[in-house]
Design a protein. Structure first.
Lengths: 140, 140
DNA sequence: CTTAGGTGTACTTAGTATAGTTACAGCCTC
DNA sequence: GAGGCTGTAACTATACTAAGTACACCTAAG
């Protein structure tokens, strides 16, 4: 397994809001498009709201984009639904400090992992949600 | 959570074999450096062996490198310990085909995800295990 | 050829993350 | 004030991982 499907659901939600702008989309409606439970949608909308990507108000249907989709990158969405401390690469935690390799492997690997993660994030940052939404629309 | 720590353990193992070349490292010795159970090491060594990165023989201590560390990239190691079908990005599986967005979002996201994954893999491919091993040694 | 040590692998267990679900308090709007 | 919706807590089922136990089999050394 890997990166949570929250990410793909979040992208789905934002695309829906964009393409139905003006409509008041309930979490139930969105859930029927994603094909999941409305609570799952509300949870993810909550994360997007905390990240400042959408604005919602309790008790009122219809989340709105906090800024144009062209100013929201896939990386913004990724980070919104990913718990911050969650590292992409896991590391074995307590190598033996009495061993020269065990003592130093973590620092060396950290560097490699960070570079790899940055490369992925840079790629995500290069795509905006607007591009995604237009791509989806072009297939319809 | 994220990419299994098998990856970091595998890198640790290869570094050890490299730096103690000639010695016959038992899974128990390696396990004490990684600080885990010998069976975990044997399992991962098995994956490295299947991937053609090391050679082992049943009943005999001392795995050997199948080729020089300079010809083994971090991506090779990553792929060796990662089940092939395992995608980095998960996708919600059954969006509603009756919705224009639900019907097309997967294809669009697939493209974005693939690019991001490739960016990460390209970065991993640019680092050899030899570089890692030398970096570890330089800290000792 | 016997035996001690080691590998390869199946099976079990425990911990953790996720998605899905139920339930409900609180907020808006009509 | 009533209905509809959100936000969130709590629970369940599922899946993956790491760790650990057990054991059959292999090899090399004596």
């Amino acid at each position: 397994m890997a990166i949570s499907s929250r990410f793909s659901v979040a992208a789905h939600i934002l695309t829906l809001i964009h393409q139905k702008e003006g409509d008041r989309l309930t979490s139930e409606f969105i859930a029927s498009s994603v094909n999941t439970n409305p609570v799952v949608i509300r949870r993810i909308l909550g994360m997007l709201s905390k990240a400042g990507l959408v604005r919602t108000s309790a008790g009122v249907a219809g989340a709105r984009l906090a800024r144009p989709l062209g100013e929201i990158t896939m990386l913004d969405v990724y980070r919104a639904v990913q718990s911050e401390q969650e590292e992409l690469f896991a590391m074995h935690e307590h190598p033996n400090p009495a061993c020269p390799v065990g003592r130093n492997i973590q620092a060396s690997l950290d560097h490699v992992f960070l570079d790899a993660q940055r490369a992925m994030e840079a790629q995500l940052a290069s795509v905006t949600m607007e591009q995604l939404s237009l791509d989806v629309a072009s297939r319809a």
